[in-house]
Design a protein. Structure first.
Length: 395
């Protein structure tokens, strides 16, 4: 048994935030139907990187889903879409606001047909406000929401994060929103609309920046790998050329670091004995730590810090993850098979429920792999019905 095995989800979304939300629900047992355009599928199926003619992108966000095709432009396809929505507990969409309405699927219409429906609408700026119709991608949200201003070297150019952090965080908020709406439905018997904006989600990640500016006028900006409130806490290069991140900035951790590194004399020096004093001399503190790490290989630094109970981690290349014994022990490198790709490794299921764990039920599907199956299971269609839909180019 899985936690969400009775939840039926229609995933109309593309790219990352919506599909990843759908996969989070699917990993915990929801019956998630990935809906794509006939033939080519969603846009990510033609984006690099590729294995031969097959894109890697859709592998990452569609595990445990069944896939069907649907022609949103045909009247028959739009009517079939409404029929599927009638059967769904949850619909996920991330079209530009107004698109769903053009297909006759505005919220009032859908709710009148299926009062238990939960409609998750993900967009760049939300369904309301003066920017609601503007296009948006992850990097645009990072720029407009303050993340880029906080990312990069001190005095350097603003940079996007190394991954699509806004898309991923938005997908997490989306999953929380869906589960909150499901819980509310237990009491009311009715679903509801969830309006989720990438810009809103971005602003939620800014730590103390908003109240700090409101109270003091200070603007948080780029600081490289440094922790903003304690030192030493940054990246340091080792003798073998690898980098480690050491976080020994607090007044409880710094003595452990200093003793383990043979720098105990710093504890008697009022310039370094407290975090407040060290924060007045960040470059000097970091130079002392950097000189120590440059005399040692990264694995030695890790051993010394681990023995002292000081948080320390090697900056891992992607290849290092494949040899990471902790990730292997936690089944966070999952082997799956797909007929178009063969055997492949992907990130595992991070949510570990003790009694109803998530499992791999379906590998990432190819375009329309389960169309007939879904039409039979959800709508009770027979072979003749499905043949008629294909003849009308509805699926």
């Amino acid at each position: 048994m899985q936690a969400l095995k009775n939840l039926k989800v229609l995933d109309l979304s593309r790219y990352i935030a919506g599909p990843n939300c759908g996969m989070i629900l699917a990993d915990q047992g929801a019956d998630v139907i990935k809906v794509e355009s006939p033939g080519r599928g969603e846009e990510t199926r033609i984006l690099p990187p590729k294995i031969g003619d097959h894109a890697i992108y859709p592998l990452v966000f569609n595990r445990n889903k069944r896939a069907m095709t649907l022609n949103f432009r045909s009247p028959e396809g739009q009517e079939l879409l409404r029929a599927l929505i009638d059967e769904a507990d949850v619909v996920i969409e991330n079209f530009r606001p107004g698109t769903l309405e053009k297909m006759g699927c505005d919220w009032e219409t859908l709710r009148s047909r299926n009062e238990r429906l939960i409609l998750l609408r993900i967009s760049g700026y939300g369904q309301t406000g003066p920017w609601s119709r503007k296009p948006c991608f992850d990097a645009i949200a990072q720029a407009g929401g303050g993340i880029m201003e906080l990312t990069g070297e001190a005095g350097g150019a603003p940079l996007p994060a190394g991954t699509f952090i806004v898309d991923y965080v938005t997908s997490l908020y989306a999953a929380i929103g869906v589960l909150s709406a499901v819980e509310a439905r237990h009491g009311t018997g009715k679903g509801q609309l969830i309006d989720l904006a990438m810009l809103d989600c971005t602003v939620s990640l800014l730590m103390t920046a908003i109240p700090e500016y409101a109270l003091t006028g200070r603007e948080l900006t780029r600081g490289g790998s440094r922790d903003r409130y304690s030192t030493p806490a940054a990246n340091f290069q080792c003798e073998d050329g690898r980098w480690v991140h050491i976080n020994a900035g607090s007044d409880s951790l710094f003595p452990r670091f200093a003793e383990a590194a043979g720098l105990g004399h710093l504890l008697d020096d009022p310039r370094f004995s407290t975090n407040g004093a060290r924060m007045e001399r960040i470059p000097e503190v970091e130079a002392i730590v950097a000189a120590w790490t440059l005399e040692r290989e990264s694995d030695e630094v890790l051993r010394i810090m681990d023995a002292a109970g000081v948080p320390c981690g090697k900056v891992a290349a992607i290849g290092d993850l494949f040899a990471n014994e902790q990730l292997r022990a936690r089944e966070q490198l999952m082997e799956v098979f797909n007929p178009a790709y063969g055997s492949l490794t992907m990130a595992g299921i991070p949510i570990k429920l003790g009694d109803t764990p998530g499992t791999l039920r379906y590998p990432p599907p190819v375009v329309g792999e389960h169309t007939d199956e879904v039409l039979r299971d959800w709508l009770g269609y027979q072979a003749d019905d499905i043949a008629r839909l294909r003849a009308a180019s509805a699926v």
